[in-house]
Design a protein around this ligand. Structure first.
Ligand SMILES: [Fe+2]
Length: 380
């Protein structure tokens, strides 16, 4: 939920019609049954009028038979392949969260919808267009695209597109501590309402054709075919819709002494916190140690995706690298990193972090990218 948006033509009152001869088909799109955020969409055609469906089984994500230890996964070596329907690979997961990589080799005109998960798509590389019944969102490197559970969409993108996709079964929200009593983003938060980019509305698509929506139930798709476009919306209003926000529009919070990860929080659900490490000035105490102290983060697992910049506290890290630091095993700067950081004034690193409250475990696919020496990287 963000703020109220109204686009296109909507009836004067909800659940009414303006023209009996041109009835529009009202859809309530909401989360958490009828209690959560929602929008009302007005279709030209009945959104249930499918001409057929089929169930298509998918490869089920499996946990690797591997210990829950610190990991370094080299996703930057991923080969291009597939599209959003068949090219997403789960590298880490638990019962409520998945982390996927999509390095596509093609686009598809078919539509995708996730029945179970909220999606936060981070654009690591490339640019393109996110296309949904709410309208279009132009995106480029450094954007997060928030996709509410159940959103129908497809994407066009450039040949270098590379996405990190975070999935949460629990509703992803702007952190409540960032909002005042009126739902407005407060002063002092890393981004402001103006930085949030809702879809740009288009005229509804009319006429007959062939359109498919692949509804993702994790281990299978229900593919529904339609003769009319799902982009047939004449207008909508409400609080629930996809939006984008660029890391380049965010303002990092810095301090006199080292700030812990939650200061960089971006969005969160009951099962995870998403944070963004932005290029920033380092701590300004004259004897500050500007990189992280050693810690064992009991109660959370820490995932980091290194997108760009120079990652001072870790050796061997490249753009596209993922580290997982698990609960209970102490981690921190590698040998020499503290000495190397003293006196430095800032960092150009850009990284996406998630903390999960349940253990985030390696999948069989993730294990294919595992750099096996990582646990030894603190040894001198
Ligand atoms: Fe950490």
């Amino acid at each position: 939920m963000v703020y109220y948006v109204r686009n296109g033509k909507v009836p004067a009152s909800r659940h009414t019609y303006d023209d009996r001869k041109n009835l529009r088909r009202e859809e309530l799109f909401g989360e958490e049954s009828f209690e959560g955020a929602y929008s009302l969409l007005y279709h030209l055609y009945e959104p249930t009028n499918s001409s057929g469906y089929r169930v298509v089984n998918r490869n089920v994500d499996k946990y690797a038979d591997a210990a829950h230890i610190h990991r370094h996964l080299l996703t930057g070596n991923s080969k291009r392949g597939g599209n959003i329907l068949n090219g997403r690979h789960t590298i880490l997961m638990n019962d409520r969260v998945k982390v996927q990589i999509l390095v596509p080799s093609e686009t598809t005109n078919d539509f995708y919808r996730n029945a179970d998960y909220e999606m936060l798509i981070f654009v690591h590389e490339g640019k393109g267009n996110f296309i949904s019944p709410f309208g279009n969102i132009d995106f480029s490197t450094g954007d997060y695209i928030y996709v509410p559970k159940g959103t129908t969409f497809r994407m066009d993108y450039s040949e270098d597109a590379y996405f990190l996709i975070l999935l949460s079964k629990d509703t992803l929200k702007i952190p409540p501590r960032y909002l005042n009593n009126y739902g407005q983003l407060k002063e002092g938060t890393p981004y402001y309402t103006r930085d949030i980019r809702p879809p740009k509305f288009n005229k509804p698509e009319t006429g007959n054709g062939k359109f498919s929506i692949h509804v993702d139930f994790d281990s299978y798709y229900v593919v529904q075919d339609f003769k009319t476009s799902p982009l047939d919306v004449e207008g909508w209003d409400g609080y629930l819709y996809p939006f984008a926000i660029s890391v380049h529009d965010m303002a990092p919070i810095v301090g006199k002494l080292h700030m812990p990860p939650p200061i960089h929080e971006t969005m969160s659900s009951r099962s995870m916190m998403v944070a963004t490490f932005l290029p920033r000035k380092y701590d300004f105490h004259e004897r500050s140690i500007p990189i992280s102290y050693y810690h064992s983060n009991v109660d959370v697992d820490e995932f980091l995706f290194y997108s760009s910049g120079n990652f001072m506290s870790r050796k061997g890290i490249k753009p596209g690298s993922v580290t997982l630091h698990v609960r209970g095993l102490t981690h921190g700067p590698q040998p020499g990193a503290v000495e190397g950081a003293l006196g430095k004034e800032g960092t150009d690193e850009l990284a996406v972090m998630i903390e999960t409250y349940d253990p985030l475990r390696l999948t069989e696919y993730g294990a294919t990218m595992d750099e096996p020496e990582y646990m030894k990287s603190w040894s001198q």
